[in-house]
Design a protein around this ligand. Structure first.
Ligand SMILES: [Cu+2]
Length: 217
């Protein structure tokens, strides 16, 4: 998923800019304090200068430059967020509800859920290397499907389906959360995404009465 890399770099870039701006602010503040102390020691009063147009214009120009740069790089990263998706090998309905998740493998008699309050958490099992379309919806209020490590996030609206296609590059298990405050037990709406080899995924489907044609090959 190239957008993972795009967002990784965007975050790194923004963090560096924020650190530099913070450093400059601390530097200017410390410099001003030292200068004013020196003036006081020399018996000079505070400066009564009311304008510093050159400095102010430079400040505005620098701010504008940084803002435009951040905007352009964000737009570029966002344009990579939802590239034309490949034809999915599998579609999974991701259904959010107060306060847990249900995953239905479309065309299969397979629905997975779990117990968000106290566990075991629901596990979304997916095959490695196969494009999977996630059709995200909700049965009650607005939730958000979020897998921080995979940089995957999609709002879940009642009466509407948002789709995104993911292709997981390697086997693993990652925590997922609800990223939209949705009520009292919002904080418990955790789940796992578990990527398995296509063969293991085929076994997972077969064990639940499904047929892994087209996925487990
Ligand atoms: Cu929530």
């Amino acid at each position: 998923m190239p957008f993972q890399r795009a967002f990784h770099w965007l975050f790194a870039q923004d963090a560096i800019i924020a650190a530099v701006v913070f450093g400059l602010v601390v530097l200017v503040l410390t410099g001003s304090l030292l200068l004013s102390r020196r003036r006081r020691r020399r018996g000079q009063g505070p400066s009564n200068r009311t304008e510093a147009n050159k400095l102010e214009i430079s400040y505005v120009a620098a701010l504008l430059g940084v803002a435009v740069f951040l905007m352009i790089t964000s737009v570029i990263a966002n344009s990579q967020d939802f590239p034309d998706p490949p034809e999915p090998a599998l579609r999974v309905q991701v259904i959010a509800y107060q306060w847990c998740w249900r995953f239905h493998y479309e065309g299969q008699p397979v629905t997975v859920t779990g117990q968000c309050e106290g566990g075991p958490l629901p596990v979304l099992v997916l095959p490695v290397g196969r494009p999977v379309e996630l059709d995200v919806t909700s049965t009650d209020v607005v939730h958000a499907f979020w897998v921080p490590h995979l940089r995957v996030k999609m709002n879940a609206y009642p009466g509407h389906t948002n789709s995104l296609t993911v292709t997981l590059s390697h086997a693993g298990r990652w925590i997922g959360r609800c990223a939209q405050l949705c009520g009292l037990y919002h904080y418990e709406m955790d789940f796992y995404v578990q990527a398995e080899s296509p063969a293991a995924f085929g076994r997972f489907l077969r064990a639940r009465g499904g047929t892994p044609a087209g996925v487990a090959r």
